[in-house]
Design a protein around this ligand. Structure first.
Ligand SMILES: NC(=O)c1ccc[n+]([C@@H]2O[C@H](COP(=O)([O-])OP(=O)(O)OC[C@H]3O[C@@H](n4cnc5c(N)ncnc54)[C@H](OP(=O)(O)O)[C@@H]3O)[C@@H](O)[C@H]2O)c1
Length: 346
């Protein structure tokens, strides 16, 4: 436990308990139950992180809905966080008070995740960071920007490529646009959406052109050299049909809710084309460090699109699922939302 003062009393109770959202059964955002629980104790190889913020991800919606068979309830969800080390089993690498981030590695799935004030994490999954980014900016980065970064590397983007991001308004899609613009200011970058009302948001993020994605079909005759496919198997064949000869498709997302594809490579793949993927679960500290350095040196705007207070987490899930949701939403554990409820830039 966190050190306890000699005299127990109100302060004592406050210091050993924390707030956590626990899910006991699958369902809507109302199934995220806010509770008081004891702050976890550290154990060998694991350290305690005081959570300052965390990003929300589409996979957490799937898990909440009961679509992650390996996740057993009750569970505290949340696959990423930023914070400071509160108690360490490796004080040399992870001194108390140091600023850190963490994501994936079965966090919020096999063991409790970031939807709580303190989270117990394996040391090898805690990454110390030195950055000028604010808490809200840093909270927006780990899972979403790392996924976009890794996918774009696998696409082997070149400055003269014609690039399409399918589901451009998703958190990963907006992150991809910002990273690409930082690297290639003149890149021809298109983004698809099912809702053309998002065109303004997409252009502000860096897209030159916005394409309607209607009933799983891109409403264009254009082809692209590189495609970041975030809807996944549900639209992959249509994506291949819009991929130029020798092009590369990186199928990273599964927003369409379809996990497999019956593929006939000779017929279905683009001529002389390539299909690849990216999995953020394989976190490389080196790759993560390179990405954070790139974000800072290029001044990439990683501010989240929405910031929610911890007490409003179920509303944050509702927003992400709604047609209003786009880009990255983060929850700040110790912050109240803006009084005017505006689309809050951190
Ligand atoms: N491979 C990995 O390691 C990895 C890591 C992170 C994320 N991912 C995946 O990447 C995808 C994006 O994640 P995210 O957290 O950035 O998503 P997100 O922000 O929740 O994406 C929301 C957007 O998805 C689109 N969308 C929602 N339902 C859809 C449907 N049924 N069909 C087509 N489009 C739909 C909507 O765009 P419009 O309304 O504008 O069309 C919506 O704005 C997810 O599938 C996620 O699981 C994979």
């Amino acid at each position: 436990m966190i050190p306890v003062p000699a005299k127990a009393g109100a302060f004592y109770r406050k210091e050993i308990n924390m707030k956590a959202y626990v899910i006991y059964e699958a369902g809507g955002p109302e199934k995220l139950k806010l509770e008081e629980r004891p702050i976890p104790e550290i154990k060998p190889g694991w350290s305690l992180v005081k959570v300052t913020g965390f990003g929300l991800n589409h996979s957490e919606i799937f898990t909440r809905q009961g679509l992650s068979p390996s996740v057993h309830f009750p569970r505290v969800l949340g696959i990423e966080c930023t914070g400071t080390v509160a108690a360490s089993s490796d004080p040399k690498r992870l001194p108390k008070g140091s600023r850190v981030l963490s994501f994936m590695g079965e966090m919020g799935r096999a063991y409790d995740g970031s939807y709580e004030e303190y989270v117990l994490l394996p040391n090898d999954q805690i990454y110390p960071v030195k950055t000028r980014l604010s808490d809200a900016e840093l909270a927006a980065v780990p899972e979403t920007y790392y996924t976009a970064w890794g996918s774009l590397q696998n696409l082997k983007i070149k400055a003269d490529d014609r690039v399409l991001v399918r589901s451009a308004a998703s958190g990963v899609g907006i992150a991809a646009a910002k990273l690409l613009r930082g690297a290639y200011p003149k890149l021809r970058l298109s983004g698809s959406t099912r809702n053309l009302n998002r065109a303004g948001v997409l252009k502000a993020a860096g897209y030159n052109a916005v394409i309607l994605d209607q009933d799983g079909r891109l409403q264009t005759d254009q082809t692209f050299d590189k495609v970041l496919e975030l809807i996944g198997p549900a639209t992959l064949r249509d994506t291949f049909a819009h991929t130029a000869e020798g092009g590369i498709v990186c199928s990273t997302g599964e927003l369409g809710g379809v996990w497999n594809i019956d593929l006939e490579p000779i017929q279905d793949l683009p001529a002389n084309g390539y299909l690849t993927s990216f999995y953020s679960g394989n976190v490389s500290a080196e790759k993560l460090g390179a990405m954070l350095a790139f974000i800072e040196s290029r001044g990439i705007d990683v501010r989240p699109d929405r910031v929610f207070a911890f007490d409003d987490l179920p509303d944050a899930h509702r927003w992400l699922e709604s047609s209003a949701g786009h880009g990255k939403a983060v929850v700040l554990t110790a912050q109240k939302p803006p009084l005017d409820g505006s689309p809050d830039k951190a």
